[in-house]
Unconditional design. Structure first.
Length: 519
């Protein structure tokens, strides 16, 4: 087994990866589900009620409140509901997951494994170039769930079963109060599978397990009882069940299931690239015996298999639902990469060739930056192109000189690509995007309305991004109101206010809404 530890290079790579995650994090306007999470947190703060999530003043049932608390805390610490504050929890979740991977890998495998597994997770393409830039719930939930897996394995290996059950069940409770019932499935499948594998089923009948159940019940049950003081808990529980049932075969049909069975694994591997190329080394007949050599790898394989199956069999499942399982796949590929001398050389040749294409692509692709029309506004694009080209050439040179370290240079090239992305694509999105237009809409509406009351009328729906920026500018949240109040402004269909002048038009999804004042 090869081990090549050059700690300064690993530290440099980690620091550059850290910089890339924060670079221009708050530049692009909020979009997708980001503004929804923010507006719910804003309303909780404005209401002075952190138990009951509301949206536009109405009960919101689709997600429990923990991530809204996290968004609120981030806003408080950083000075307001900015795009940077909304996305900070996502970046911290990636960092904490990587730190867990480093600690587990270093302790239970070897130092090289710890460093590389910690670096491979954040550079997974789907996370690195997309979800790491969003203030959404998935990567925070992934961290909480993966932390539960880590606690289960570590404390079981230490024989500290009381801590194992307490930590695992407490984190599952936090997960349940973040995203609902999936945490129950992750908890049950993982605990049952690992204790069965280790021949420790008797632990399920122990006082330690009872303590774990009680801590879960106290946290989840305590919240639900508090919620019931304000609203019928039945509505909340029904929506949680419906949210989980939307992804089943019964809801989607057989043909959709067959398509999902084929595409889901392919989409997962695609999401893991370029670091996922290490899975080439896992194509070996004796993979099972390889993974059985090390307890952490045995745990990784077993936990991945039992938890991925429900999502593989659920046609509505998306890749973001299994982000907490990505580290296990990467561990398996990385461990096989470390034992690459045991398999035929074609795997290494294929891996090295693909890595070289990607590293070389960084150098050549950088030269194209000055000729991309959408980047014309960047004064520094020529300097950036030259810097990216020289960095790519240098990495390619070292890649040729040190073939056994192709993986490390591939990681460095990916980090360099993400830095270029942060200096080009993110400013471009801030310069010209639909979300930028929504910000302009919010400012225009605020200028018209001033401090007067403003409501969404009946079932009016406009862009969440526009609503977020309107809340941010006005310092108060937009609520829905079916009643007409004299002197108040409403966002509604113009025909709902006959005789009133349309003060501003807001197009959304093919419908033109207007801002009117009820006299």
């Amino acid at each position: 087994m090869h081990q090549y530890i050059n700690t300064p290079i690993h530290i440099l790579t980690a620091l550059l990866a850290l910089l890339s995650l924060f670079l221009n994090l708050g530049v692009q306007p909020v979009y997708l589900e980001e503004p929804r999470r923010a507006t719910i947190a804003m309303e909780m703060e404005e209401n002075g009620n952190f138990i009951v999530p509301t949206q536009f003043g109405e009960f919101y049932y689709k997600k429990p409140p923990v991530f809204n608390w996290v968004v609120w805390a981030s806003a408080r610490v950083t000075g307001g509901y900015t795009a940077w504050a909304l996305r900070l929890p996502t970046v911290l979740s990636i960092i904490f997951t990587s730190l867990l991977l480093f600690a587990l890998g270093r302790r239970y495998v070897n130092p090289e494994f710890g460093w590389l597994s910690a670096l491979l997770f954040p550079i997974s393409g789907g996370l690195y170039f997309y979800f790491s830039l969003l203030g959404e719930i998935d990567l925070f939930y992934s961290f909480v769930t993966f932390a539960g897996f880590a606690a289960l394995f570590h404390f079981q290996q230490q024989g500290r079963y009381g801590l194992m059950f307490l930590a695992t069940y407490a984190l599952a409770a936090v997960g349940t109060l973040t995203k609902g019932l999936p945490s129950v499935l992750f908890l049950g499948l993982s605990v049952l599978a690992w204790l069965w594998w280790e021949g420790e089923w008797k632990r399920l009948l122990s006082l330690a397990h009872l303590a774990g159940i009680l801590i879960y019940g106290a946290l989840v049950g305590g919240y639900l009882l508090a919620y019931h003081q304000y609203n019928d808990i039945g509505n909340y529980l029904r929506m949680m069940v419906e949210e989980s049932g939307d992804r089943t075969v019964a809801e989607s049909g057989l043909l959709r299931l067959l398509e999902h069975l084929l595409t889901f694994p392919l989409d997962t591997v695609k999401d893991l690239l370029p670091g996922g190329l290490v899975l080439l080394f896992a194509i070996r007949r004796d993979l099972r015996s390889l993974l059985l050599r090390n307890k952490l790898l045995t745990f990784a394989a077993l936990t991945f298999l039992v938890n991925v199956l429900p999502y593989w069999l659920s046609p509505g499942a998306r890749q973001r639902y299994i982000y907490m399982l990505y580290p296990f796949l990467l561990m398996i590929g990385l461990y096989a990469w470390q034992h690459r001398e045991e398999v035929k050389a074609w795997r290494f040749r294929a891996f090295r060739a693909l890595s070289g294409v990607l590293i070389g692509g960084l150098a050549l692709g950088s030269l194209a930056l000055p000729f991309v029309p959408g980047l014309d506004f960047l004064d520094y694009r020529w300097l950036l192109a030259l810097s990216g080209f020289l960095a790519g050439v240098a990495l390619f040179y070292f890649y040729l000189r040190h073939p056994q370290q192709a993986l490390l240079f591939l990681i460095l090239a990916t980090v360099a690509g993400r830095l270029l992305f942060g200096l080009t694509v993110l400013p471009q999105r801030a310069h010209a995007s639909g979300a930028q237009k929504d910000r302009e809409v919010a400012q225009a509406v605020s200028d018209i309305v001033g401090d007067a009351p403003l409501y969404l009328y009946q079932d009016t729906r406009i862009s969440f991004t526009a609503i977020f920026y309107l809340n941010q500018i006005r310092g108060k949240t937009l609520r829905r109101n079916d009643e007409l109040e004299a002197g108040s402004y409403y966002i509604a269909l113009p025909e709902q206010f006959p005789g009133e002048k349309v003060l501003y038009e807001i197009p959304y999804n093919g419908v033109v809404y207007g801002v009117m004042r009820n006299h």
